[in-house]
Design a protein around this ligand. Sequence first.
Ligand SMILES: Nc1ncnc2c1ncn2[C@@H]1O[C@H](COP(=O)(O)OP(=O)(O)OP(=O)(O)O)[C@@H](O)[C@H]1O
Ligand SMILES: [Mg+2]
Length: 384
Amino acid sequence: MQNCPPVIVLDKNKNSREIIKSYLEQLGFIKSIMLYENYSQGFEEIKSLDGNAIVILDISEKSKDVEEVAENLKLFTSKIIITSTNYSTNTIVRALRLGAKEFLPKPVLREDLARVVTMLASQTEEDSGSESKIITVYSNKGGIGKTTIAANLAVELTKVTKDKVALIDLNLQLGDISTFLNLKPSFDVNYVIQRLLNKEEDILIKGFEKYKNTSLYVLSDPSYIEQAESITPQQISALFSALKKIFPYIIVDMSSNIDPNTLKILDCSDWILFTTIVNIPAIRNCQRCLNLFRSRRYPKDKVKIVVNRYMDNEEIKIEDIENALSEKVYWKVPNNYFTIMEAINKGVSISEINASSNIANNFRDFASKVSDDIIEQSVIKYRI
Ligand SMILES: Nc1ncnc2c1ncn2[C@@H]1O[C@H](COP(=O)(O)OP(=O)(O)OP(=O)(O)O)[C@@H](O)[C@H]1O
Ligand SMILES: [Mg+2]
């Protein structure tokens, strides 16, 4: 195999480091193997390699330096294998949350290590993007809270996951993500799509505006309506494929229209956070749209119902909504008009207005649930 990236082993146990080294040498295609007992030193080496390293990280010990490196590693490489002497479900979930492409219980078996290292060594960026998730916030009714949910969920996901999150405004004619987050983007969706048409994928990320000092990257709607009209479903599909190579989470805000672009966005999404409020007309609209989703044969669990502006004393109860829609409600976002309006008017996330408000807590928990459920889907493969 040509061009195998260097392999860096971070392990406190000398014996284990040596065994892993000998297994790696037996593979015959790895030119550089570096072993570290000191995690901070190893981490400096990984950073200097600019994302081009396979890292085998042992998390058996719970010391401060192990924790620190483990928490930040995925910002510097996507090719992570985690090992541990403890292989409880909690440890596996933690490993996946830390960005592990694979968890290997200790003592590590030669065949397992060979399989995973060979897979990561030959993995192109495109393959690694297959684990990326497109989460679209949709409602077939306007003004329901799509932009509020997309923007705040995206901000909280960066904190919970410490991953790169993209927030894409595909409300092509009336997008307002950049207003909600007070961004003055130099580029937009149209710019990125034009770069893709010219096969200039490497400068694609330039089209994004970073939100403050976070790992949230925002792609705004086109500046002119004519540009929005010229975007086709094929271009949207190409945009998603390119974004999946870069971002583990892609949150999409969009319009309520049902047109070919909308259908393409919904078809391409891994999850649809299908949002409603608690009133009869909104729920009737939901029923119609769910029929559309059913006719498109979306996989089970792709469509998740989110109830926005929920109040405990509501006349229509959650069970009533579930009965009417024949679907479980996935999440409820409470009604809190004043905090949300202050956030929108100041162009910041809700947590920056009042981090202890019911709505800020709710978005934090919402992001944790989304991240947990995505990890849960990956953990299933470890269950015997
Ligand atoms: N949980 C909530 N509690 C109180 N007010 C809310 C809540 N969510 C949204 N709102 C209010 O509803 C209004 C519409 O929200 P938002 O712009 O997010 O909806 P939208 O579905 O994106 O609308 P559009 O279809 O126009 O894009 C906003 O003014 C916002 O303040
Ligand atoms: Mg909106």
